[in-house]
Design a protein around this ligand. Structure first.
Ligand code: DC
Length: 218
């Protein structure tokens, strides 16, 4: 019998950190669905397609093959047979992923892949529509959020640690814009599933959030 834990929420709420920790504690597979949208976005960028060219994005879907594999518990995303893990974490790819993930054909392709993974294994899956659309019968559903300021500060500190130039106000503005796009698109917008538990991580440590989710599994 396979179990599934769905973790949805806006960018920077800590979904992937929490999901990875829980997957490790419970020996489940961690499925990062955002990485799949990012891989497709990278393909569109490399093909010279811009975010507002929805018809070209739809047409290009037939040329994209996204798959994932695992190495020492780490998810590897393959784009047409190429490992793109090192290329998808940029702001440019994140913005394109937010825009192209509003496309029906992009979503159909990836939702199918995500459901197939959850059928084969017990999973902790994070994204925007896992509890609402991808796995409506997930055993545990969490909607993880945090204030835009807290999320911006986390991102700012990440970038600073990498030695990148950044500005807190710009980062917060980008986060608010991305939230708006993800929450207001027509297909599978980001929202809390009716049966999801809301967790606000603004004033919680990673361990506290993970413990709260583990407690829900019992
Ligand atoms: O979680 P992330 O930042 O890696 O996600 C990148 C974008 O992909 C995000 O802005 C919205 C989209 N996305 C989505 O629409 N549905 C998902 N299940 C996961 C991500």
């Amino acid at each position: 019998m396979n179990y599934s834990i769905a973790i949805d929420g806006p960018a920077g709420a800590g979904k992937s950190t929490i999901a990875k920790l829980i997957a490790k504690k419970k020996s489940y597979i961690y499925v990062d669905t955002g990485a799949m949208y990012r891989a497709m976005a990278l393909f569109f960028i490399e093909s010279g397609i811009s975010a507002d060219e929805q018809e070209k994005i739809s047409a290009a879907c037939k040329d994209v093959d996204v798959t994932i594999s695992y190495e020492n518990g780490e998810q590897i995303v393959w784009l047409n047979g190429r490992n793109v893990n090192g290329l998808i974490r940029t702001e440019e790819v994140g913005k394109m992923a937010s825009a192209s993930s509003a496309n029906k054909d992009v979503r159909e392709k990836l939702v199918e892949l995500q459901r197939a993974l959850a059928e084969k294994e017990s999973v902790v899956m994070d994204g925007r529509d896992i509890g609402t659309v991808v796995l409506p019968n997930a055993d545990v559903k969490v909607y993880l959020t945090a204030s835009s300021r807290v999320r911006a500060v986390r991102r700012y500190e990440e970038l600073k640690a990498k030695g990148e130039e950044c500005n807190l106000e710009v980062i917060e503005k980008d986060i608010i814009e991305r939230d708006y796009r993800d929450m207001h698109r027509d297909i599978s917008p980001l929202k809390q599933a009716e049966d999801a538990v809301l967790l606000d991580s603004s004033n919680m440590t990673i361990e506290e959030v993970a413990d709260a989710v583990i407690a829900m599994c019992k």
